[in-house]
Every structure is written in structure tokens, then in C-alpha cells.
Design a protein around this ligand. Sequence first.
Ligand SMILES: *[C@@H]1O[C@H](CO)[C@@H](O)[C@H](O)[C@H]1NC(C)=O
Ligand SMILES: *[C@@H]1O[C@H](CO)[C@@H](O)[C@H](O)[C@H]1NC(C)=O
Ligand SMILES: *[C@@H]1O[C@H](CO)[C@@H](O)[C@H](O)[C@H]1NC(C)=O
Ligand SMILES: *[C@@H]1O[C@H](CO)[C@@H](O)[C@H](O)[C@H]1NC(C)=O
Ligand SMILES: *[C@@H]1O[C@H](CO)[C@@H](O)[C@H](O)[C@H]1NC(C)=O
Ligand SMILES: *[C@@H]1O[C@H](CO)[C@@H](O)[C@H](O)[C@H]1NC(C)=O
Ligand SMILES: *[C@@H]1O[C@H](CO)[C@@H](O)[C@H](O)[C@H]1NC(C)=O
Ligand SMILES: *[C@@H]1O[C@H](CO)[C@@H](O)[C@H](O)[C@H]1NC(C)=O
Ligand SMILES: *[C@@H]1O[C@H](CO)[C@@H](O)[C@H](O)[C@H]1NC(C)=O
Ligand SMILES: *[C@@H]1O[C@H](CO)[C@@H](O)[C@H](O)[C@H]1NC(C)=O
Ligand SMILES: *[C@@H]1O[C@H](CO)[C@@H](O)[C@H](O)[C@H]1NC(C)=O
Ligand SMILES: *[C@@H]1O[C@H](CO)[C@@H](O)[C@H](O)[C@H]1NC(C)=O
Length: 397
Amino acid sequence: MMARPAAFLCLLLLWPVVSSSTYTNMTMPGCKETCGNTSIPYPFGLDDPKCFRDQAFRLVCNTSFDPPMLSFPEDNIPILDISLLQGEATALIWVAKDCNDSSSNSPPDGVRAQGQEMKDAGVTVQINLTEGFKFSNTRNKFTAIGCNMEAFMSDYVNPNGFQSGCSSVCGNITNVINGSCSGIGCCQTSIPRGLDTFQVKLQSNSYDDSNCSYAFLVKDEWFSFMESDIWDFIGRVPYKFGNQTGTPVVLEWKIGNQTCGDSSLQVNYACRDNTECINSTSGSGYLCHCKNGYHGNPYLPHGCQDIDECKNATHDCEGSCVNTLGSYNCTCPEGTVGDGYNYKVNGTGCTPISKSNKVLHITLGPSTSSSLLSRFEFDDNRSGGTDEGYRCSYRNR
Ligand SMILES: *[C@@H]1O[C@H](CO)[C@@H](O)[C@H](O)[C@H]1NC(C)=O
Ligand SMILES: *[C@@H]1O[C@H](CO)[C@@H](O)[C@H](O)[C@H]1NC(C)=O
Ligand SMILES: *[C@@H]1O[C@H](CO)[C@@H](O)[C@H](O)[C@H]1NC(C)=O
Ligand SMILES: *[C@@H]1O[C@H](CO)[C@@H](O)[C@H](O)[C@H]1NC(C)=O
Ligand SMILES: *[C@@H]1O[C@H](CO)[C@@H](O)[C@H](O)[C@H]1NC(C)=O
Ligand SMILES: *[C@@H]1O[C@H](CO)[C@@H](O)[C@H](O)[C@H]1NC(C)=O
Ligand SMILES: *[C@@H]1O[C@H](CO)[C@@H](O)[C@H](O)[C@H]1NC(C)=O
Ligand SMILES: *[C@@H]1O[C@H](CO)[C@@H](O)[C@H](O)[C@H]1NC(C)=O
Ligand SMILES: *[C@@H]1O[C@H](CO)[C@@H](O)[C@H](O)[C@H]1NC(C)=O
Ligand SMILES: *[C@@H]1O[C@H](CO)[C@@H](O)[C@H](O)[C@H]1NC(C)=O
Ligand SMILES: *[C@@H]1O[C@H](CO)[C@@H](O)[C@H](O)[C@H]1NC(C)=O
Ligand SMILES: *[C@@H]1O[C@H](CO)[C@@H](O)[C@H](O)[C@H]1NC(C)=O
């Protein structure tokens, strides 16, 4: 059979094609992947020490809630989401509220600092994050809602440290407008960089216009003030665990407290195969990212897997696409010439060659394998060739 050598070459050309899985594991083998709706990607993990990197990344899953609640072990702060890419986690911080509660015997006297839901009156919300975690100062705002109230925020562990706050009045209730949180019914202030602890104090001077005052830390993009909030903010917050209500807050995390260069020499360096190290923006510690062309969990051995650009259509081929480790090549189908790449990357695409030309041209991306090409043409000539040529399919497997 004269066609055999060409068929064999077709197989040869297809040989370097790389197979890649679309699903990549996010946990160590045998470790729980989720708690309720929340994924727990390594270096985070539950229970078994092999499941998390070190104590800073140990979490607990409390199944007595529905859905189960993922949280830090000591402070019971629920975690809604963990981002490996950004080095962020979304946590819930309880809302401090102070209401003119008819069931409460202690009428407001102007200095009352009533506290966190579920806690006894007089105790404010106090948060002390696990070491290594910080409140993002760029993505969160300290926010308070109410008419004729003042809210204070300070460092909990070191009360002489940072202190801040804001106050709000309503006056004529028609002054309160949706979306505007600038001192009329609602007020906001930024938090300092690197904050990992805070406490809230709330002081309502009168309840003439609203029944409750609230103060909380919140992710900027999540919160938008509504007029109805001065009557009932808690009611529209969907995050409830037991009878506690929290607002989503962005926390920052990182690995260790050294930069990439220093850390890469150490035995417990966190970044595994096919990764790159990113210095944390906080100035100490680092994060790992999968290299371009790979995806998955950079903290796991073999966690970063090749992306099949041909399969998920993120390539710039005009011709056919061939996946490679970390990248892909473009080829032109039989009967066409060009580099196979489209105009977006200044490619020459694939142009049909004239019917009369009996030599079959195959182009293999930027650096063509000339030996394969010439042997292919040789075989093609020996077999006499046809206008149709041989049918080699370069479409991804
Ligand atoms: C992913 O996890 C499964 C089950 O633990 C295991 O069989 C498989 O080998 C893992 N894949 C990789 C790439 O580690
Ligand atoms: C789960 O939460 C409930 C209510 O807060 C608490 O009583 C219980 O001890 C928690 N369980 C675990 C395992 O932390
Ligand atoms: C979370 O889980 C609950 C049930 O456990 C389900 O009803 C809900 O749709 C889930 N939410 C998301 C965003 O997946
Ligand atoms: C919250 O729930 C606990 C029991 O789950 C209860 O003892 C407590 O009184 C409740 N607090 C409020 C403010 O409803
Ligand atoms: C806050 O946490 C740090 C460690 O994360 C601990 O050393 C400190 O004692 C805690 N402070 C309070 C008041 O709980
Ligand atoms: C509040 O403002 C509206 C419109 O400006 C006005 O009609 C109303 O009388 C005011 N109410 C009070 C109590 O001042
Ligand atoms: C608190 O509410 C009660 C009953 O709703 C009301 O009589 C009282 O004036 C309110 N207190 C203040 C300070 O507004
Ligand atoms: C850096 O981390 C190590 C171990 O996690 C800890 O012992 C050390 O105190 C940290 N240094 C600083 C400056 O935070
Ligand atoms: C990380 O920061 C250190 C010290 O500032 C610097 O020498 C190093 O080049 C940085 N590494 C990366 C990957 O940015
Ligand atoms: C292609 O796959 C990568 C990695 O899974 C993913 O990040 C990207 O969004 C995908 N693109 C498309 C268009 O599906
Ligand atoms: C395409 O060519 C232009 C002009 O030579 C150049 O400026 C541009 O960077 C090229 N784009 C790509 C993706 O190579
Ligand atoms: C992809 O192209 C590169 C250089 O352009 C070449 O070295 C490599 O062999 C090609 N890989 C495949 C699978 O065609």
C-alpha cells in the first residue's frame, strides 16, 4: 500500500499532542473538598494535619448549621469563599446593632453601647483575626446606619492604636436617599492597612426617626445603602447563622512572612510544579500562581495542569490548533499555506494554494519541522499524489 508511509507520518505529526484534564484536584488526596457550599482549596483544609499547610490554614466545618458553616477554629468567623488567585477570603463579620427594643429594660441614655447580636447588652462586636489574616483596606469600609447616631471603631487588642468612626443624622427623612452613604442615614469611613483586629461601639442619641442603629465592616462592592435600611437593615442581609447576621468582608492572606526570593530556598516553600511566586502586596509573605498556560492549585504537587487552549477556544489559530504543554501551536490544513495564526497575533492565517500544485504543504507553526515536511512531500510524490492529497486531521485529537 503506497499510502501507508503518509498515514504513518500523519500519526507522527499528531504524536506530540498533549492530553490535559479539565478537572484539577484542589485538595490533598482524601481531604474534604467543601463545607456546605464553600470549597476548601489547599493550603486550607479541615481536621487532618495532612489536609492543611500549617495551623494558620486550619479551618473547621460545623455541620450543626444548614448549610454547614466553614470557619476559623477559634473565633467562629464564617468563611464564604476562598480565592487562591487573589490571596483573599470572604468572611462574615457580625453586625453590631442597637435597637429601641421594647423587651429591653435599659432605655437608651445617650451613652449606651449595646453590642453584637446574640451577645449580652453592653458588649460590642470584637474581632481578633487568626494570625496572618488582615482586613483588606482597599475592599472594605466601616459603615454605620441610623439617624442621630455615632459609631466608633478601634483596635481591639491595642485600644491606644487606631481609632476611627463616623456619625449620621437624618433630619427630615426625605433627605435620606438610596445609594448615598455620606452622613445622612448612613456613613462610611476607610480602615487602615494591615488591620487584623477591631471592635465596634455604637451610640444612638435618639430613636425618633429610626428604630435601630447598625455598624459593621463590609465589602465595598456588596453594600449599597437603601432608605429602608434605617428601619430594618438586618432583614435584607441574607447571611444568617443561627440568629446571628453578618456582612461579607474581604480578608487577605499569604504564605509565610518572607518574600519570594528568600522563601524559595526553604524546605517548606509553598509553590509547586509549573508555578511562579508572587510577592504579597502587604510587603511580607508570598502567593503562588500557576504559570501561563496552566491552571489548577499551585500549592499542590502536580496541582498546575496544562490548559487545553484548543478545547476551550482560548487560542488564536485560524487554522487547526495543536495543544502543547503550557501553550499551543497552530497549523494550516492541507491545501492551504500560512502560519495558521490569526490577525490578532499578526498571523498570516491559512490561504488556499492553487489546485494545480500537486505538492502537499503542511506548516507546523512558527518553526516548521522541515525534515517531516520534506519526507512527507517525498512520499506524496512517490505515491503519485492526487489533488485531494492525504487526509491528516489536526483537529485536536
Ligand atoms: C485527583 O484525586 C483523585 C482522588 O483523590 C485521584 O485519584 C487522582 O489521581 C487525583 N489527580 C491528580 C492529578 O492528582
Ligand atoms: C457548632 O456550632 C454550634 C452553635 O454555635 C456550637 O454549639 C457547636 O459547639 C459547634 N460545633 C463544633 C464542632 O464546633
Ligand atoms: C448553597 O447550598 C444550599 C443547600 O445546601 C442550596 O440551596 C443553595 O442553592 C446553595 N447556594 C449556592 C450559591 O450554591
Ligand atoms: C439566639 O439564639 C439562642 C439560641 O439559639 C438564644 O438563646 C438567644 O436568645 C437568641 N438571641 C436572640 C437575640 O434572639
Ligand atoms: C488576638 O490574637 C493574637 C494572636 O492571633 C493573640 O496573641 C492575642 O492574645 C489575641 N488577643 C485577644 C484580646 O484575644
Ligand atoms: C420634609 O421635607 C418635605 C419636602 O421638602 C416637606 O414637604 C416636609 O414638610 C418636611 N417635613 C418636615 C417635618 O420638615
Ligand atoms: C422606644 O420605643 C417606644 C415604643 O415604641 C417609644 O415609646 C419610645 O419613645 C422609644 N424611645 C426613644 C428614645 O425613641
Ligand atoms: C515569621 O514567621 C515565623 C514563623 O511563621 C515566626 O516565628 C516569626 O515570628 C515571623 N516573623 C515576623 C516578623 O512576623
Ligand atoms: C519580591 O520582593 C523581593 C524584595 O523586595 C525582590 O527582591 C524580589 O525580586 C521580588 N520577587 C518577585 C517575584 O517579585
Ligand atoms: C479556558 O480554560 C481556562 C482554564 O480552565 C479558563 O481559565 C478559561 O476561562 C477557559 N476559557 C474559556 C473561553 O472557556
Ligand atoms: C503586531 O504588529 C505590530 C506592528 O508590527 C506590533 O506593534 C504589535 O505588537 C504586533 N502584535 C502582536 C500581538 O504581535
Ligand atoms: C510547536 O511549535 C514549537 C516552536 O514553534 C515547536 O518547537 C514544537 O515542536 C511545536 N509542537 C507541536 C506539538 O507541534
